[in-house]
Design a protein around this ligand. Structure first.
Ligand code: NAI
Ligand code: MG
Length: 355
């Protein structure tokens, strides 16, 4: 009997819908090819469109429904007729927070057949994993606005950092670094200006690193980090940073590796008490939505991360290999300098899996 994995899909808005459809097609092909497991997909129509109709993104029992699944596959949320802070705080952040997905893993590398916008940066020169703290910092939701009606509005976003939160992300980052060939971890903060929370990050980093003597470490201020990413990409391997810093750095990382359309992310609950959630890092891309031209590679790479997380390592490797074979053959969307559309790339990868 083939093992069945229950996957919740939340396509969301814009190209989130196109790339989720493409990911489901590829995942079905992958399970057919394997024969030893299958996926049972359940679609959740939680989007900015349903928000406008109903007044909420997630229904009251929505989180409880999701807890029954082995994993969640997410497209993107955000549409021009709903303010971005409403969509982000209405759908994405409540999912990450209530499912205890406190780690966000964002690998980046130059995949075959693509190139970096950096001159002289070859595949292999840029191979990073960014570990983003996924539950605290500016995204904890602490803050507010007052005096709005007196022409002297005051607004605060308070960054929250806890010892528990920092320790658990540091340990995860060290474990990740230890599992990779170079065993190298760079910690990013802004502990010159942010003199409380970021200094706590520094302090915790210094005592956790004693537990991992085999990992080589260094630390950077976030502004200097942007320079190093551009000028010395091969000097880094695993990177750990706060929710906001890593959000920004991972967009830069994706662009340096060729396109934001290829970059995956995993929102993990490492305790495995709750399902983890997998999504490309890009947004809903209203400028290209509905045109069928979105690059599905980030969606497929995210799907491969999901397949690995649920325990099907061979199938995950097979999917990554199929993606890379197809990009190497030049079957690419426009953002990667190619001329194919979403369907053509998807079909090519399905055909590769079937070989
Ligand atoms: P975006 O990532 O949607 O788009 C930025 C640029 O990259 C656009 O020019 C877009 O066409 C291009 N792009 C993105 N993904 C692509 C792909 N797969 N293939 C080809 N080109 C691609 O970011 P933007 O424009 O800042 O945000 C649009 C909406 O998405 C906003 O409402 C924002 O809040 C939301 N958003 C949602 C995220 C999520 O659900 N995780 C993440 C980032 C933004
Ligand atoms: Mg982002």
């Amino acid at each position: 009997m083939a093992k069945t994995y229950k996957i919740a899909t939340i396509p969301g808005d814009g190209i989130g819908v196109d790339i989720t459809d493409a990911a489901i097609q590829v995942l079905k092909k992958l399970s057919d090819a394997s024969g030893s497991f299958q996926f049972e997909f359940t679609n959740f129509d939680w989007s900015s469109k349903t928000y406008k109709e109903r007044g909420y993104y997630i229904p009251e029992d929505g989180i409880e429904q999701l807890k029954k699944f082995d994993a969640i596959y997410f497209g993107a949320v955000g549409w021009p007729d709903v303010p971005d802070h409403i969509s982000l705080w209405g759908l994405m952040l409540p999912l990450r927070n209530s499912l205890c997905q406190y780690v966000n893993v964002r690998p980046t590398r130059i995949i075959p057949g693509t190139s970096s916008p950096l001159a002289n940066c070859k595949p292999g020169d840029l191979d990073w994993v960014i570990i983003r703290e996924n539950s605290e910092g500016e995204y904890a939701g602490h803050g507010g606005e007052t005096h709005t009606y007196y022409d002297n509005a005051v607004a605060t976003d308070v960054s929250i950092y806890t010892q528990v939160g920092i320790e658990r992300i540091m340990r995860f980052a060290f474990e990740t670094a230890k599992s990779r060939p170079r065993k190298k971890l760079t910690m990013v903060t802004k502990s010159n200006a942010q003199r409380h929370g970021m200094v706590l990050w520094d302090r915790i980093f210094n005592y956790i690193k004693k537990e991992f003597p085999e990992v080589e470490t260094d630390k950077m201020l976030v502004d200097a980090m942007t320079v190093r990413m551009v000028l010395q990409p091969s000097s880094m391997d695993t990177i750990v940073a706060t929710n906001l810093h890593a959000d920004i750095l991972s967009d830069l990382a994706a662009a340096l590796s060729g396109s934001i359309g290829i970059a995956p992310s995993s929102n993990l609950d490492p305790t495995r008490k709750n399902p983890s959630m997998f999504e490309p890092i890009h947004g809903s891309a209203p400028d290209i939505a509905g045109k069928g031209i979105a690059n599905p590679v980030g969606a497929f790479w995210s799907a491969a991360e999901m397949v690995e997380w649920i325990g099907e390592k061979d199938a995950a490797a097979k999917l990554m290999k199929a993606i890379e074979t197809v990009t190497e053959a030049g079957v690419k969307t426009k953002d990667l300098g190619g001329s194919k559309n979403t369907k053509e790339v998807t079909d090519a990868i399905c055909a590769e899996i079937g070989k």
